[in-house]
Design a protein. Structure first.
Length: 489
């Protein structure tokens, strides 16, 4: 793995460079230098490895309305002293060194448009992936997803979705243009590595919900030209391209739309997938129905990712991935990125909790059966009643725990391998748990992983190495296919 190879060359340097920093770690990650010699050396090694890579394209295997319910927990300190962490200084030094040695990448966060009202921002109005918080937490890159929710599947609905997407695209481009952020929008894994070498933050562009594309798969090319590299076909509700894992609730009938409309991908969805593969983009299966996700994985010529999905075996909600989907991801060299989203982390086998959630739903007058605990809050017209319902369910779930997220990471690593798991927060969409409520808390994740036995190589793979491998494989496959077509001509 890319990240593992790099880490083995630089960790010894990292430990010596971080001892002084660790002594003051109780003051928080704000004390951290933006770019250490270690980070520069790591990034240059990464550039060299990517430039010389020659494997085959498919590396063999060895939220949205749901989130409005989730008031982001009060920020937790992004770092702890050695005593607070229950570790000695040497162990804490190794944790910090591993975090610094990794290319720390969040595979999915939503876009906050400056000046627009937001129910997902932190209490002070700050984005959960604000550049200052990224630097505080040692987060080097984030995939910012241009996303829209469900909407009418007609000319007016397509135009509205496109307008929202363009506004979000401009917001990300504005972040990158602001010299205070010292950031770029990388268009390749090599450019991401170069940004890392230069000490710049990286905003990788993603797109979620093909409603944005209207009914024209060629629109994929337009967004790719703007720098979008990660493409997810659905959000809540089926669209013209694919089936969603969360069928839309139809208020007039009191029921959800059918579980499947296309039985996976439609002809439009297949065409869009082929365009993403041809361009060297990354296909994202998060939010797809099981059949659609399996369809994508059967058809894609490159590995795919799930940018923000958890484990269905631990929390049985439709948005999480089944063991069948996890196993297939392993087979094609893909990666599932786990999210700190408590509505997809709760213990669904807890019968008392399930009964209490159902009781809260009955009291609020919404359908008792649920795809996730907060579902259908938007059907409650009275603001006070809506707030009461959200508060009741939130109280039942509690603030969520980082340990729960780590359980899901462990499950994936143990079932299909550490090379197939990553982290995608779904920040700015209601995500966040106690201990990981914004980008500034990222060191806590590394600490938790290593306290559970993860090595520095594992940390490097989980935080960014696995994502980079998929991106590089997608580009390599696109280039090989283009060469084949050229030779055939």
């Amino acid at each position: 793995m890319i990240a593992g190879v790099i880490k083995s060359r630089v960790l010894s340097q990292a430990e010596s460079k971080t001892e002084n920093w660790v002594a003051a770690s109780g003051a928080g990650f704000r004390q951290r230098h933006t770019m250490t010699g270690l980070k520069r050396g790591l990034a240059m090694l990464l550039l060299g490895i990517l430039a010389g890579c020659s494997e085959t394209a498919r590396d063999p295997a060895p939220e949205s309305e749901e989130a409005a319910a989730e008031a982001v927990p009060a920020p937790v300190g992004s770092s702890q002293s050695a005593d607070e962490a229950g570790t000695d200084v040497l162990t804490e030094a190794a944790i910090v060194a591993a975090h610094q040695a990794a290319l720390v990448l969040d595979a999915h966060a939503d876009v906050e448009i400056p000046g627009s009202p937001s129910r997902y921002a932190l209490p002070d109005g700050t984005s959960q992936v604000d550049p200052a918080l990224m630097r505080e937490g040692g987060v080097d890159a984030v995939v910012l997803s241009i996303a829209v929710g469900p909407g009418p599947r007609d000319a007016e609905g397509y135009a509205a979705a496109r307008a929202t997407a363009e506004a979000e695209l401009e917001a990300v481009q504005g972040l990158a243009r602001d010299p205070a952020n010292n950031a770029v929008i990388p268009r390749s894994p090599q450019e991401l590595a170069q940004a890392h070498a230069d000490g710049k933050l990286a905003f990788v562009l993603g797109l979620q919900n093909a409603l944005i594309l209207g009914t024209d798969p060629a629109a994929v090319d337009e967004f790719f030209a703007e720098g979008v590299r990660v493409f997810a076909l659905t959000h809540m509700g089926h669209n013209d391209f694919a089936d969603s894992s969360r069928p839309l609730f139809i208020a007039e009938t009191g029921e959800h739309e059918p579980a499947a409309e296309h039985g996976g991908l439609s002809a439009l969805g297949i065409a869009a997938l082929e365009r993403v593969n041809a361009l060297g983009g990354i296909i994202d299966i998060s939010q797809l129905s099981r059949d659609a996700a399996l369809d994508v994985m059967a058809r894609s010529t490159a590995p795919v990712i799930a940018s923000h999905s958890n484990v269905q075996a631990l929390s049985n909600v439709s948005r999480n991935l089944s063991d069948e989907e996890l196993d297939r991801l392993q087979e094609i060299g893909g990666v599932v990125h786990v999210a700190p989203f408590r509505g997809y982390l709760f213990d669904s086998s807890d019968k008392a909790l399930d009964a209490a959630i159902r009781a809260a739903r009955r009291k609020a007058g919404v359908k008792e059966d649920y795809l996730y605990p907060f579902e259908l809050y938007w059907e409650i017209d009275d603001p006070e009643a809506q707030a009461a319902f959200l508060g009741a369910v939130s109280g039942l779930l509690g603030p969520g725990r980082l340990e729960d997220m780590l359980d899901h990471i462990d499950y994936v690593a143990e079932r299909i391998g550490v090379e197939h798991v990553g982290i995608g927060t779904d920040f700015n969409h209601g995500s966040g748990v106690e201990g990981f409520s914004h980008a500034g808390d990222a060191l806590n994740v590394t600490r938790g992983l290593m306290q559970r036995g993860s090595s520095a190589e594992d940390v490097a793979a989980i935080w960014g190495g696995n994502f980079l491998r998929v991106w590089e494989a997608a580009e390599r496959q696109a280039a090989a296919s283009a060469a084949e077509r050229a030779s055939a001509d």
